[in-house]
Design a protein around this ligand. Structure first.
Ligand SMILES: [Zn+2]
Length: 401
């Protein structure tokens, strides 16, 4: 038994058809309609004689777990998510057509990440059909709710002990480049409440918009300080004030004003989202003391997403690099800027920060094509991905000759 025998069992035509079929089953999140595609994948696995554990944090939003191999030895997880973002506007094809044209499969979720799921399933099945005696357990976890935080998906599975592994691979689209780090995310929401009066009586009103301007100005030193901080491999910190809404009429002092700030903290920066929250609270407290009319509330995504980097010496990273080189014939490449995926809060975040499972993101499809109209995935990348996944699983677990 050698690796070539496993790779020879990967059925490309069936894998391409499976990708098309998965794209044709909508699984939008929001609102969280993964059930139809999840049921399809469950049946696909059960047709192959596999036991599938179905875990629902939220009724109707299944997470699937299947495994192959030995109960002794290490556990390696292949992971993907079933949900896709809603199609939005601007499509020139039916977003759920799954059409194959010029080596590309089109549709919402083709790149993020139904091409990746098809590659995972076929890699897993090729290993199973080869009958290889793994020296550990290969875990396949296909979860819901990646696009909206993971509370019904990876976050739930890891926090409740449903998943444990020594290493993992997540098939997030990356044009088959590796990513092992992710930025932190903090969304600050400010609400100022004032007192509305007719403009001619402005001195006895409390102007929520003007109060908000004062607050945003007072926060600008925090913005300046943060934006001077550069993280891992040159990735900048971001503190950007993106929404301000207040007032209804030109002749009325506004009673309410809301503002939203998007804070992104790359790994390697010596400040955490919690420090930023404390700094903002400190400014608000000082301003409240100085202004008895100021009524401002702060809320944020709690807990915020913390930045992380998988330790570069983690063996799974070298295993993935070797597999990429073996399949593509070229040295493995890292996501640019190096290794840091442009998205935040993907499932590797939950596996690593809550379950201590080191892993790598690598998948077919370009992340730039995710979440836009006319999303597609290249068939050639799906074929390579399946072979990379099979080799990584064999490499991480080892097998009896
Ligand atoms: Zn994704």
């Amino acid at each position: 038994m050698d690796e070539k025998r496993v790779l020879a069992l990967i059925d490309d035509d069936a894998m391409i058809k499976l990708t098309q079929r998965l794209v044709q089953i909508p699984s939008e999140n929001p609102p969280g309609e993964e059930k139809a595609v999840s049921d399809f994948i469950q049946a696909w696995l059960e047709d192959r004689g596999l036991d599938v554990e179905v875990i629902e944090a939220v009724p109707g939003r299944p997470n699937l777990i299947a495994s192959y191999g030995s109960e002794d030895g290490p556990v390696f997880m292949l992971n993907g998510h079933t949900d896709v973002v809603p199609p939005g506007e601007g499509w020139t094809v039916d977003p759920y057509c799954g059409e194959l044209r010029d080596g590309k499969i089109y549709g919402r979720g083709s790149t993020d990440m139904k091409g990746g799921i098809a590659a995972l399933l076929h890699a897993f099945d090729a290993i199973r059909r080869s009958g290889v005696k793994l020296k550990g357990k290969l875990l396949l976890v296909i979860n819901a709710d990646e696009e909206a935080g993971g509370a019904a998906g990876a976050g739930y599975l890891i926090e409740n002990g449903h998943v444990a592994a020594d290493s993992c691979l997540v098939c997030e689209p990356s044009s088959l480049m590796l990513s092992t780090a992710e930025g932190g995310l903090l969304w600050l929401e400010l609400t100022v409440r004032g007192r509305s009066v007719h403009s001619t009586l402005a001195p006895i009103g409390i102007n929520a918009v003007e109060k908000m301007l004062g607050i945003l100005n007072a926060l600008s030193p925090i913005k300046t300080k943060l934006e001077a901080m550069v993280g891992l491999r040159g990735k900048p910190t971001v503190f950007t004030m993106n929404i301000m809404k207040g007032g209804t009429k030109v002749n009325q002092v506004p009673a309410e004003c809301r503002a939203s700030i998007d804070v992104r903290i790359p790994p390697g920066v010596e400040v955490s989202p919690y420090d930023v929250i404390d700094d903002v609270k400190g400014v608000l407290d000082r301003m409240r003391k100085a202004d008895k009319d100021l009524r401002v509330d702060l809320s944020y995504n709690d807990p915020p997403i913390l930045p992380f980097e998988i330790p570069p010496e983690s063996p799974v990273i070298a295993t993935v690099e070797q597999a990429v080189e073996a399949v593509t014939g070229a040295p493995a490449e890292y996501w640019k800027p190096k290794q840091i995926l442009p998205t935040d809060d993907s499932d590797l975040y939950h596996w690593w920060t809550k379950g201590n499972i080191p892993g790598v993101y690598i998948g077919p499809g370009a992340i730039e094509l995710a979440h836009i109209s006319d999303e597609y995935v290249e068939v050639d990348e799906i074929k390579k991905a399946a072979r990379i996944y099979a080799l990584v699983a064999l490499g991480e677990l080892g097998w009896e000759a």
